[in-house]
Design a protein around this ligand. Sequence first.
Ligand code: PLP
Length: 386
Amino acid sequence: MDRAFADRLNEIEPFRVVEVLTRAKELEAEGRDIVHLEAGEPDFSTARPIIEEAQASLNRGETYYSQAAGIPALREAISRHYQQDYGLDIPASRIMVTPGASGALLLISALLINPSDSMLMADPGYPCNRHFLRLVEGQGQLIPVGPEERFQLNAAKARQHWQSNTAGVLVASPANPTGEILTRDELTDLRDLCEEKNGHLIVDEIYHGLTYGEDAPSVLSITDKAYVINSFSKYFGMTGWRLGWLVAPEAAVPELEKLAQNLFISMSTMSQFAALKAFEPETRALLDERRDEFARRRDYLLPELRRLGFDIPNTPAGALYLYAGISKFSNDSQQFCMDMLEKHGVAITPGADFGRHRANEYVRFAYTTSMDRLKEAVRRLEKVLS
Ligand SMILES: Cc1ncc(COP(=O)(O)O)c(C=O)c1O
């Protein structure tokens, strides 16, 4: 039996950062000291009350499948979160718990995409999105965006690229890899465009809560027709627990439940009980302290990188990243990242991980390590780049 793998595999690319990580691990095994600025996850481990609740739920015997849409208590808790943090009335019946934002992206792709449909999305952007679409025989239509529009796909650009097979627009705010947010006006314009074209609007709000100085507006405050993706991974610091959620228009929920029953049966029950503690005031206070630490790191790293010659014209308001132009140093970001790692022990991610548009001119710095280590990274970069 040597039947070939499916054609779609040719269009699903690996994360290049994995190459950086693998090499970083090898170097560390040889005794080298590496500063890690490549990981897209908070370096803080999950808050204690969440861990304790997971243990308690296991001790109670909560070891079975849950409802496909999530345990009712968690859907209710997320609904209250929208009330408390956003002043929005989002009933639990519109909320589905998912296996991470990744699970939400898969469900929404399966729900909305027919073969050969496309979704407009920003390039650079989160790479897995177009792969989810490919999995359901659709495609990501990558729209080049640059510093002029703060690396976000706006309605004017989306209109320009809208085609007969375009099913809608998928944006993230704050975005990966740029940390840029969409303003209320920009979201409103996208909503208007999608309504006019009878398309879908999907907003990935996974980095909500990780904004510094200004809030990222939720599209849910503008329309109840959009699909919103969120997660316990980033602000809530639960990457390894594989838990997220989506908010959908009421009519879509039974269809999403049907998909979830088939694709996952349920999320981790332990993780869902644990996540109930994520919204408790005691936990939130801790998470907000961590957010403030991310803000301090951004405020340190951004001017330092600019001083060294990296091009970062706007100050990104959120997420965990700085997307930096390297044209002063190199026109090959993959090689640049490998050199920084091999010769100077600083691990960063090449732009090619996030799309094709001018990808060779950019790298992503993730400030997911301590201030001391950030300072060490700057010292090392300064030695070679100045
Ligand atoms: C923009 C964006 N969306 C979705 C995800 C997936 O996150 P998770 O499945 O851990 O919730 C990530 C992870 O880095 C991301 O950056």
